[in-house]
Design a protein around this ligand. Structure first.
Ligand code: DGL
Length: 274
């Protein structure tokens, strides 16, 4: 079987916050990043649409030779991952694998919370899907989970406004609304891969003693562990340290913004999903 890069998919730039940590943990692997910037945000879209768009991206990454894809998008992980894994994968590429970002995040919070009162900030789609509630309760039945949809965060980040007074306004609004649900929350999951760009503002708006949990490092560690446990997938991954970036919107714009997310210059190419 031919070897290929690990595919990383997000609706836009957010998945770059995951890729950055994955590269830190496994710099030797090859990666193909695909951002559907032309159709972002996914968070306000229906199950059917997120499923359709995500499946198109998955097919494209498989066509590009990826044996393994990480859906570095909570919305796609919440709304499309299970259906693609169960219904589509056996038909289109039974020996390939697709992983999401919710499970590795949930696994890690057992070591963080003491009060078992857990806040989750995410897109409207992720929060409405109740994926975090279900996954957390499966692992930790005594936990209480409080979801806060933050529909303005992805547009703010995608448009480069994460350091603006507008961002301050919406961070405070969503943090207050989350804390109004429980005064005992001691752990807040950033359940959207775009949110690490707002992490300092979110930390600043929360009272001391609340731990904010971003996902990049957790997903990276979990991927490393997965490949250790699945040598049949690891041996199909190319390891020449190459990275390729594709966007469904303007490559020039992607290169300019992507550089901020990645902390290094990147070259992007346009791709069409259909
Ligand atoms: N980064 C995606 C996530 O983690 C954002 C989804 C969107 O496009 O709204 O949910």
């Amino acid at each position: 079987m031919q070897k290929g890069a690990i595919g990383i998919f997000d609706s836009g730039y957010g998945g770059l916050t995951i890729l950055r940590d994955i590269i830190k943990a496994m710099p030797e692997h090859d990666y193909i990043y695909l951002g559907d910037n032309a159709r972002t945000p996914y968070g306000t879209r229906s199950f059917e649409t997120v499923y359709k768009f995500t499946l198109q991206a998955v097919r494209k990454l498989f066509d590009m030779g990826c044996p393994l894809i990480i859906l570095a998008c909570n919305t796609a992980s919440a709304k499309a991952l299970r259906t693609i894994q169960q219904n589509d994968l056996p038909k289109i590429a039974p020996s390939n694998r697709i992983l999401g970002v919710i499970r590795p995040t949930v696994e890690a919070i057992g070591n963080v919370t003491k009060s078992w009162e857990i806040g989750v900030m995410g897109t409207a789609g992720t929060i409405q899907s109740q994926s975090y509630d279900m996954e957390i309760k499966k692992l930790y039945p005594r936990a209480n989970v409080y979801g806060q949809a933050c529909p303005m965060f992805v547009p703010i980040v995608e448009n480069g406004e994460y350091d603006s007074p507008g961002a301050d306004y919406f961070v405070e609004k969503y943090v207050n609304s989350l804390l109004a649900q429980s005064s005992a929350i001691d752990t807040v999951i950033l359940g959207c891969t775009h949110y690490p760009l707002l992490i300092e503002k979110i930390r600043g708006a929360l009272p001391d003693g609340i731990t904010v949990v971003p996902q990049g490092r957790l997903v990276a560690e979990s991927l490393k562990d997965y490949l250790r446990r699945h040598p049949e997938i690891e041996e199909r991954c190319l390891c020449s340290g190459k990275r390729f970036f594709y966007t469904t919107d303007s490559p020039e714009k992607f290169e300019a913004s992507g550089k901020i997310f990645m902390g290094e210059a990147i070259k992007a190419e346009k791709i069409v999903l259909e």
